[in-house]
Write a protein that binds this ligand. Structure first.
Ligand code: ASP
Ligand code: MG
Length: 457
């Protein structure tokens, strides 16, 4: 069997859903499980209506909900024949009526808890999966809806719940296994799940890729296909650097680093289940299905090029911690990281000297509280609007002089922090956000002047 995950833009309207359906039709002999995201932008809109309701603005919340209702009705009408539409319209109507009820309730209380937010947001995937299952049937594909909440079992950390692997394995096999046997295509929403007690959860933004990989691992898929709206993973962001090339093949490790440090096409956790079962992942373009996309595998073929890609992650805050008591002392770093741990704030890049430590965080939310705690042991300074630039490639292990080339290519661009060595497959540094486009263009020009045709398109 295979898993085919379609992202928001691959199900954004009737045309996109039909296109995705014909891609599925071309692979029926491989027994696909189809995982879908919410229609493009819907998750943001649901979050916005939840926030509006939480702030007590009932009218605004209901207006946003009406727009969403109209969009889903319109799409369903275009997809289904009159008889099927009439039936499906009732289903949609019921769903939206309950959503509106919920929004009125939130507005009345004037509070949106993470648990309630998950409930509101879940409508995106609940509706898109129902819509796709109905559309696939209307287009003659033997398919059936699977309720994600019965398969994707998670813990109770709302908005970033942790999937419970054993439970998911057992449920996916029990529910989807027999459907596949019977030649039926299960259609399931990504991103959403439920606790064992049936409380609605979500697994973090962009999490549908991760859902797909978890289902793929549970069912021992031959491949996990991630269908998106670009031709795969690129050497860098083509909007910044038009010379960016498609990466034909990349390793799990490299892909995970890239996804974590800014390549938006793939959720970084996607490779974890794939690694566990050694299942290849392929990133493909539903608008250009003939393109072979990017293949992500355990061991990528040796490439002549040093790097596979350059990624940048903006919105980074540098935290500088200076403590004279650290001089020749021990246990200071433990104290320091304990404070970050207390506020569940994750640190990406670290650089230390004898009396100071610099760290980067991508969420400044907890920083005032962290600073208050740290003030007791050190001086703390923040610097906002930085970016982490990350060059990824397994070949840097073997090549001397790479760092000199990287910083040589950067020329007069100011570098605030440097980190290399930890994973042996990346060189990471921190610069001012405003310098990102120029830095990327300079690095790309230097390292991708003659890319290896075996690895790059
Ligand atoms: N719909 C969710 C989001 O926008 C999950 C996903 O698309 O992967 O974050
Ligand atoms: Mg995504």
């Amino acid at each position: 069997m295979i898993v085919m995950k379609f992202g928001g833009t691959s199900v954004m309207d009737a045309t996109a859903i039909q296109r995705s359906c014909s891609i599925v039709q071309g692979r029926l002999d491989r027994k696909p499980v189809v995982v879908v995201s919410a229609m493009a932008k819907v998750t943001d809109q649901l979050l916005a209506m939840g926030r509006a309701a939480g702030a007590g603005d009932r009218e605004q919340a209901l207006q946003l909900s009406q727009a969403l209702r109209d969009r889903h009705y319109k799409t369903a009408r275009e997809l289904l024949g009159p008889a099927a539409y009439e039936q499906f319209h009732c289903t949609l109507e019921q769903e939206f009526d309950v959503l509106d009820e919920l929004l009125r309730g939130i507005a009345a209380v004037g509070e949106l808890s993470p648990r309630t937010s998950d409930y509101v947001v879940s409508y995106g995937e609940r509706l898109s999966s129902k819509m796709c299952a109905a559309a696939f049937s209307a287009m003659g594909v033997n398919s059936a809806l699977v309720d994600a909440r019965e398969v994707m079992i998670t813990d109770g950390q709302h908005t970033k719940a942790v999937p419970q692997i054993e439970e998911i394995d057992a449920r996916a096999q029990a529910i989807m296994g027999p459907m596949l046997e019977a030649g039926c295509v299960p259609v399931v929403g990504g991103f959403i799940g439920a606790t064992k007690d049936g409380v609605q959860t979500t697994i973090g933004r962009g999490g549908s890729d991760y859902s797909a990989a978890l289902f793929g691992a549970a069912l021992n898929a031959e491949v996990i296909e991630i269908w998106t709206d670009v031709d795969g993973m690129m050497t860098t962001d083509p909007r910044i650097c038009p010379e960016a090339r498609r990466i034909k093949v990349i390793s799990f490790e490299e892909a995970a680093e890239l996804a974590y440090f800014g390549a938006k096409v793939l959720h970084p956790a996607t490779v974890l289940p794939a690694i566990r079962k050694n299942i290849p992942v392929r990133v493909l373009n539903s608008h250009n299905p003939a393109n072979e996309g990017t293949l992500i595998v355990a061991r990528a073929p040796h490439s002549r090029s040093v790097f596979k890609a350059i990624a940048a992650k903006k919105g980074i805050t540098i935290v500088d911690v200076c403590a004279t008591q650290m001089l020749m002392a021990h246990g200071f770093l433990r104290q320091l990281f304990e404070v970050f741990d207390r506020y569940r704030c994750s640190v990406d890049v670290v650089a230390t000297s004898e009396v100071s430590v610099s760290m980067t965080v991508d969420s400044a939310q907890a920083l005032p509280r962290i600073a208050a705690d740290l003030q007791k042991i050190a001086d703390v300074h923040f610097k906002e609007r930085n970016a982490i630039v990350c060059l990824v490639g397994e070949n840097i292990r073997e090549k001397p002089g790479i760092a000199a080339q990287v910083f040589g290519a950067l020329g007069d661009i100011n570098v605030c922090m440097i980190s290399q060595g930890a994973s042996e497959i990346n060189i990471t540094f921190v610069i001012d956000e405003a310098d990102v486009p120029e830095a990327i263009r300079r690095l790309h020009k230097h390292f991708f002047a003659a890319p290896d045709p075996e690895v790059f398109d």
